[in-house]
Design a protein around this ligand. Structure first.
Ligand SMILES: [Zn+2]
Length: 78
């Protein structure tokens, strides 16, 4: 029963510390470099090798998209 109380106290302290930390980051409104914006294109995984590439560069095949014509051939056997 004693341990239960200790765990409850630890969780409460953790929650309190995290809420304080969260407020701290809000106050300091990132004078550092902002995070890079996500790339505008959709990333597609090659169905053969799994490499990710922009959707515009992908080669469309019958079963999915590929990074190159060679991988489309290898996966679809055409
Ligand atoms: Zn590939």
């Amino acid at each position: 029963m004693k341990y239960l109380l200790l765990i409850a106290l630890a969780l409460l302290a953790l929650w309190w510390w995290r809420s304080l930390a969260g407020r701290g980051t809000e106050r300091s409104q990132a004078p550092k470099q902002p995070p890079a914006p996500p790339p505008p294109q959709d990333m597609i995984a090659c169905r053969h090798c799994g490499v990710h590439l922009p959707g515009a560069d992908a080669i469309a095949g019958g079963k999915g998209s590929y990074c190159s014509a060679a991988h489309r051939q290898a996966a679809e056997g055409q």
